[in-house]
Ligand binder design. Structure first.
Ligand SMILES: [Zn+2]
Length: 207
């Protein structure tokens, strides 16, 4: 039997996910949740550096723990909200590293901002974490394809369960396009047996 390879987020990303989730449910409920899990050490707040030491297991176990504590529908909604918080809570701090600030985003038409923003975010994950993201385009949609996904790592579910990734994607696009909303839906999920977690994003904004 071969050992499962270990994949990691940089500490800073793990920290952002923990803090965002704590903000959504409040520190008291967050502490109760963590201490009731089999391995509370998995969720110890890591330092805000870029070392790849925060295991994928911790991200997916947190999603599962929230679903178990609050029920699946409410839990998935909490994970979606936590994903939305991640951008403000710290992923924007990757901005200088990525050079987003150097891009003349404000001068671009919204459709181009949308594409460039997605490319930049894919690069963030592909460069600083073991998450693997590809972007594909169809006539009507952009597809955000997570080929190695920490959010549902080693989970088995009947419905897509990467709401954390969806929330982050929604806020990243909102930010990158200067305030436009796009309909996003997770249409395939590795936890359901699909080869990748696929998020279908309408090319036309909602407004
Ligand atoms: Zn996933």
């Amino acid at each position: 039997m071969s050992e499962t390879p270990k994949f990691y987020y940089p500490n800073r990303m793990g920290r952002v996910v923990l803090q965002s989730t704590e903000q959504v449910i409040g520190p008291d409920r967050f502490n109760t949740l963590i201490t009731s899990t089999d391995n509370p050490d998995l969720f110890r707040l890591p330092p805000a550096n870029l070392n790849k030491q925060f295991p994928f297991e911790a991200i997916s176990a947190l999603q599962a723990a929230i679903e178990a504590a609050f029920g699946v529908p409410a839990g998935r909604n909490i994970n979606l909200q936590a994903g939305r918080q991640c951008l403000d809570k710290g992923l924007k701090q990757f901005d200088p590293v990525l050079g987003i600030a150097d891009l003349p985003l404000r001068l671009m038409p919204v459709g181009m901002k949308f594409r460039v923003g997605l490319d930049v975010f894919a690069r963030l994950f592909n460069t600083y974490s073991d998450q693997v993201v590809n972007i594909r385009s169809t006539p009507t949609h952009m597809l955000w394809v997570i080929e190695r996904c920490p959010v549902c790592w080693e989970r088995k579910t009947d419905a897509p369960c990467c709401q954390l990734a969806q929330g982050l994607l929604e806020e990243s696009i909102f930010w990158g396009t200067g305030g436009r909303r796009y309909h996003i839906e997770e249409v395939e999920c590795i936890a359901m047996g699909d080869p990748a977690c696929v998020f279908q994003i309408d090319k036309q904004p909602l407004d």
